[in-house]
Write a protein that binds this ligand. Structure first.
Ligand code: ADP
Length: 159
């Protein structure tokens, strides 16, 4: 059984995240998408809300599970007995940051956790959770950035 974890903030999830989830779900028997409970950030959506949103967005994918975690990713991987982490790469700017995290995780886990990168589909290369929040804060059109059901929920946060 090949099982991978796709961790992230997903605040909010975007069509770019969904693209990575759909593609990774075809490569593994099970994919756990896990929301990082990061105390340092003040989020738009609570962890519980983000979990529900991801569940709704991935309800068509039978082998995708949604979860949340706090603390070190390698400890969470050990707890779940998972050895593969999925991350998305949009541009060279993501690379340096992601490379450092991937190497740290490999070292800290004594080689037991490896990271696989999926390059973004070109139509979503520009998309980030922060740009979605910025556009929404000015009541702009985010319908091409997030799943349809999520558009009004994001706008409500800025009402
Ligand atoms: P984090 O705050 O942990 O970076 P994010 O929710 O911003 O979490 O992103 C989670 C993962 O999804 C990261 O690997 C990020 O590079 C990737 N990602 C974000 N936006 C996109 C996108 N538009 N296309 C592909 N991957 C993306």
């Amino acid at each position: 059984m090949k099982h991978a974890i796709y961790p992230g903030s997903f605040d909010p999830m975007t069509l770019g995240h969904l693209d990575v989830i759909e593609r990774a779900a075809q490569m593994f028997d099970t994919l756990t998408v896990s929301v990082l409970n990061n105390m340092a950030k003040s989020p738009l959506f609570s962890v519980e809300e983000r979990v529900k949103i991801l569940e709704e967005a991935t309800s068509h994918l039978q082998n995708v599970k949604i979860d949340s975690f706090s603390g070190l990713l390698i400890d969470y991987c050990a707890e779940k007995d998972v050895h593969i982490v999925i991350r998305g790469l949009r541009a060279i700017t993501d690379f340096e940051y992601e490379l450092q995290i991937a190497q740290t995780n490999r070292k800290l886990s004594k080689g037991s956790v490896d990271t696989i990168f999926l390059t973004t589909s070109l139509e979503y290369a520009y998309l980030s959770s922060s740009s979605v929040k910025e556009i929404a804060s000015f009541h702009g059109d985010i319908s091409q950035c997030v799943p349809e059901f999520l558009v009004d929920r994001i706008h409500e946060k800025f009402a």
